[in-house]
Design a protein around this ligand. Structure first.
Ligand code: TYD
Length: 216
């Protein structure tokens, strides 16, 4: 089976991480062992970069932030994502290159073309077959996040207009490439959202996998 690369994008508190876990469990029930990872992070080096990036006590310049995101990405793609896809695995990644276009591009105001070219360098051109956008108004997402355990990360603390620009850019990216993106209403209940995620993902799986035919 050829590999399938699925990414999960959206604002803070959109519930996408829960959906990554639910999708992974569903795939495992069908006998498919997905590789589940996240950005920034996903390798020991990249998790170190993640800790630097999300630390509320640090204030990287926008360009430094963007380079750190790309350093994490380059390491994750080369050592985890590309090999897994080459082995034919289903790869689920919680955020990927589109987050840079939304957060560092629309959020921080860095040039979109420059970021796209860095994304290309860091990913070697590896693009998801499917990107799910968990779209939610920032107020609801941030309220959910505040109700969650743990300290808000450095990006959660950005002002409302930052999160509005991020959301808008995600919507524009989805509209520009409708064959890759599926936009989901992340204000829906988790079970309903899970059903929509499955609808989108199963359409991309080979028929045998969809029907739950286990590979020998
Ligand atoms: P995380 O706590 O994983 O947020 P979430 O659960 O919302 O995914 O933190 C990741 C943060 O990093 C999130 O605020 C988005 C940000 N980010 C960027 O700014 N640029 C990027 O390229 C990526 C991958 C993430």
């Amino acid at each position: 089976m050829p590999g399938l690369f699925v990414t999960f994008e959206g604002g803070e508190g959109s519930g996408k991480s829960t959906q990554v876990a639910r999708l992974a469990a569903r795939l495992r029930n069908l006998g498919i062992d997905p590789l589940v990872t996240r950005e920034p992070g996903g390798t020991p080096l990249a998790e170190g970069i993640r800790a630097l990036l999300l630390d509320p006590d640090r204030k990287p310049e926008p360009l430094a932030e963007a380079f750190l995101m790309q350093a994490s990405r380059a390491q994750l793609v080369a050592t985890v994502i590309a090999p897994a896809l080459a082995q034919g695995r289903v790869v689920l990644c919680d955020r990927y290159a589109d987050s840079t276009l939304a957060y560092q591009g629309a959020g921080r105001g860095l040039d979109a073309k420059m970021l796209a070219s860095w994304n290309h360098a860091a990913t070697g051109g590896i693009t998801p077959a499917l990107t799910l956008l968990f779209d939610v108004v920032p107020d609801l997402g941030l309220a959910r996040r505040q109700g969650a355990p743990g300290v808000p990360n450095r990006l959660d603390r950005e002002p409302a207009d930052f999160h509005d620009r991020v959301r808008q850019r995600f919507i524009e990216l989805a509209q520009a490439e409708p064959q890759r993106w599926v936009v989901l209403d992340a204000s829906l209940a988790a079970d309903e959202l899970e059903a929509r995620v499955w609808e989108a993902v199963s359409a991309k799986l080979p028929a045998a996998a969809r029907l739950g035919v286990r590979r020998a």
